[in-house]
Design a protein around this ligand. Structure first.
Ligand SMILES: CC(C)[C@H](C(=O)O)[C@@H](O)C(=O)O
Ligand code: SF4
Length: 760
């Protein structure tokens, strides 16, 4: 008999296949999760759920926690405790809750006195916690960063965080395969950030919806791991579930000798496996995008969506030239918010603040490239008068490395503010925020309204461009800091040494906190504990009520609920926070005429949005929680962002995706104040005016769970035998994934000295 040959597979297909524990009849898979990162914002409710149900964390050895979003980035010289260091009560409570939770559940935690603390997406790769071929999740949308290692890494909501903590698995539907190929040579001054901003400008913030992107082509192959991470990081801004780059020598060289990477014979076996992780010739992609490297020039954003990109040589767009009315209205709104006049050359726009940091661009190479611009500006060059420029390293170790290389001296001499590691002004959940009306040149990833502070205006760009803006006080083409004068200034400046990251990785580690309750054994044959915990999910059957019309595209979750409301430890009490910035005038605090403030829509139970890509951006489950609290349990839109859709259904809510013209028709009913009726069993939306009902599709498993108010965790617990069998196979085939052994011991790291000269 001929041996059946396997069809060629993509990198994503291979990782997916290696992690399927079990598949439902409708194709929904139970996927094993190798690595789970936890931070203080999206975990409190998950731990509370575990506690209420009496469930332990199944794999503490595969879980790593840190604080990053809420913490101030001022000096920690006088730090004694979270209680005394963090002034803002809610931020303090969230960090304190994580400290209590890691103790109670026995998890490894990098707290504020630990040099390894930093932004989750920086510390995972830095420690070698992130590895090729793994599945990696975090209650954070920028988990896509870790895909740079050739892993399947994606953001999840808080209910899913709880699911992973309890079962080490997730219920997932396979995404589409999408490949973005960038071939050719990049122009001088064009960095990985320009490449990803350009890509998002081309495909849009919904371009990757429902897909996992593989980045291919000579440009990504030539990128360092840091540059690949910046690209994969912003896959979520392109709407994708995840982004990935196949692992290669660059990946292996980055990982070899990292504290948590496999060692010795385990490394050799791992490397052999990792080398098989590439897309087979002839594998099929559902979507292919080809971009020529030579089309990309230094790029930044002008508006309030990451897709609002423009080359630095360009001008502010003119909405009057846009034919699509929804697009025109959204551009007009963006320009009003950004305080910009159409056709203004980008280089004429003045800035008040510069922020170099965030999980996109706070790695050592980012800091080096920003410092290079400062040096190129000349020995006496200073940050422009009236500009406050801050540099926030992504982790304590990057900060130490940068200081050892002398980068801090360059920044400080020029007048930059050199800070401690954290998310900082990327989203302003901590004291680093823009004041209303302030304009910021930022290396972060989101330019949504209010993102960096209420009324603040954000332009996204590369670290080099941000440094250039700091020096001139306005948006600036970084290439002005290149050429003969710049080279002469660099040559005249003191030489800096490149220090290896490995010089900082072998510090003694702190012991993992003692568990106060026994964690689930990591032995592969241990069955999951039985569950009698009652489901708290509300049933969704027939739902009728007033529908609120909304005519906005790309409604992001920052818009649905701004950052200041993410500091809660509860899932409820968020009704007033819903669409807060649209409902409350930021100057007077009074109610605006936003639809949810008007009668009868203040009683809305359904929302009909005519714009595509509802719920994009952050993974905050607070978005569906706030809709639910307001009374809205069903959102109808032409399309939804993946994480939002999952989060909504975890909370007994129904996202209904139907064609845009049907949304427009229902919005007309809504505008007439008519009630709509959504029938999940029949899969139709009934209209009160005698018009034909509009039908919709829904995943059979999700439908079953919603109709019966079933809780995913309880259902997964029933599949404990399949999970145990998978864990046994995992231990046999990929033994390096079991546990990471932080036991308070010094982890030896062989000296790996870099011979390279300063790579400006
Ligand atoms: C807090 C968290 C849910 C959020 C995310 O998911 O991205 C945050 O990191 C952000 O960048 O908005
Ligand atoms: S995007 Fe910003 S807020 Fe979110 S994890 Fe990254 S640095 Fe933190």
């Amino acid at each position: 008999m001929p041996i059946p040959t396997q069809a060629p597979r993509t990198l994503y297909d291979k990782i997916w296949d290696d992690h399927v524990v079990d598949v439902n009849d409708d194709g929904l898979a139970l996927l094993y999760i190798d690595r789970h990162l936890v931070h203080e914002v999206t975990s409190p409710q998950a731990f509370e759920g575990l506690r209420n149900a009496g469930r332990p964390v199944r794999r503490p050895d595969c879980t790593l926690a840190t604080v990053d979003h809420n913490i101030p980035t001022v000096s920690r010289k006088n730090f004694t405790s979270v209680e005394s260091f963090i002034d803002e009560p809610e931020s303090r409570a969230q960090c304190a809750a994580l400290e209590d939770n890691v103790k109670e559940f026995g998890l490894t935690y990098f707290g504020m006195t630990d040099k390894r603390q930093g932004i989750v997406h920086i510390i995972g790769p830095e420690q070698g916690f992130t590895l090729p071929g793994i599945t990696c999740v975090c209650g954070d949308s920028h988990t896509s960063t870790h895909g740079a290692f050739g892993s399947l890494a994606f953001g999840i909501g808080t209910s899913e965080v709880e699911h992973v903590l309890a079962t080490q698995t997730l219920l997932q539907k396979k995404a589409k395969n999408m490949r973005i190929t960038v071939e050719g040579d990049l122009h001088e001054g064009v960095t990985s950030k320009d490449v990803i901003l350009h890509i998002i400008g081309v495909i849009g913030t919904a371009g990757g919806t429902g897909s996992v992107i593989e980045y291919a082509g000579s440009v990504f192959r030539g990128f360092s791991m840091e540059a690949r991470m910046s690209v994969c990081n912003m896959s979520i801004e392109a709407g994708a579930r995840a982004g990935m780059v196949a692992p290669d020598e660059i990946t292996f060289n980055y990982l070899r000798h990292r504290p948590l990477a496999p060692k010795g014979e385990a490394w050799d076996r791992a490397e052999t496996y990792w080398r098989s992780l590439k897309t087979d010739d002839g594998a099929k992609f559902d979507i292919e995008v080809n971009i020529s490297a030579s089309d990309i020039i230094p790029t930044l954003t002008w508006g309030t969506s990451p897709q609002d990109t423009v080359p630095i040589t360009g001008a502010v767009p003119d909405p009057s030239t846009m034919t699509d009315p929804v697009k025109r209205a959204s551009a007009e709104r963006s320009l009003a918010y950004m305080g910009l006049t159409p056709n203004t050359p980008m280089e004429e726009i003045k800035v008040d603040k510069v922020f170099i940091g965030s999980c996109t661009n706070s790695r050592i190479e980012d800091l080096r490239s920003a410092a290079r611009i400062v040096v190129a500006a000349g020995a006496d060059a200073k940050v422009a008068a009236d500009v406050h420029a801050m540099v926030v390293p992504g982790s304590g170790l990057i900060k130490k490395q940068a200081e050892a290389e002398g980068l801090d001296v360059i920044f400080k001499r020029a007048g930059f503010d050199w800070r401690e590691a954290g998310c900082s002004m990327c989203l302003g959940m901590n004291p680093d925020q823009l004041a209303p009306g302030q304009r910021c040149a930022s290396t972060s990833n989101r330019n949504f309204e209010g993102r960096q502070g209420s009324g603040g205006r954000t332009h996204l760009m590369s670290p080099a461009m941000a440094a250039a803006a700091a020096m001139t006080g306005k948006l600036t083409d970084v290439r002005k800091f290149m050429g003969a004068t710049a080279e002469a200034n660099i040559a005249a400046a003191p030489k800096l040494k490149v220090i290896s990251a490995f010089d900082f990785l072998d510090d003694p580690v702190l012991p993992a906190p003692e568990p106060q309750q026994p964690p689930a054994s990591t032995a592969s044959s241990t069955p999951l504990p039985p569950t009698e915990a009652p489901s708290t999910v509300q049933k969704f059957t027939i739902f009728k009520g007033i529908a609120a019309p909304l005519h906005i595209e790309n409604v992001d979750t920052d818009m649905i609920i701004p950052k200041q409301f993410l500091k809660t430890l509860k899932r409820t009490g968020l009704a007033d926070a819903l669409f807060f910035t649209l409902r409350k005038d930021p100057h007077t605090g009074k109610e605006t005429d936003f639809v949810l403030n008007r009668k009868p829509y203040d009683q809305a139970k359904i929302m009909v949005c005519t714009g595509k890509n509802f719920g994009c951006g952050s993974s905050r489950e607070h978005a569906p929680w706030s809709l639910n609290d307001f009374g809205i349990r069903c959102v109808i839109a032409p399309s939804f962002a993946d994480i939002f859709k999952n989060n909504a259904m975890q909370n007994g809510m129904l996202p209904v995706a139907i064609p845009q013209e049907d949304c427009r028709a229902l919005a007309e009913d809504a505008e007439a104040g008519l009630e709509l009726e959504v029938d999940l069993e029949k899969q139709e939306v009934r209209r009160p005016n005698g018009k034909a009902p509009i039908s919709f599709t829904v995943d059979p498993f999700r439908k079953h769970c919603l109709l019966n108010g079933l809780d995913d965790i309880a259902l997964t617990m029933q599949r404990s035998a399949a999970i145990a069998t998978f864990e046994q196979r995992r231990s046999e085939n990929w033994s390096w994934l079991d546990g990471f052994g932080f036991k308070g011991a010094r982890i030896p790291v062989p000296a790996v000295k870099t011979t390279k000269k300063m790579d400006w």
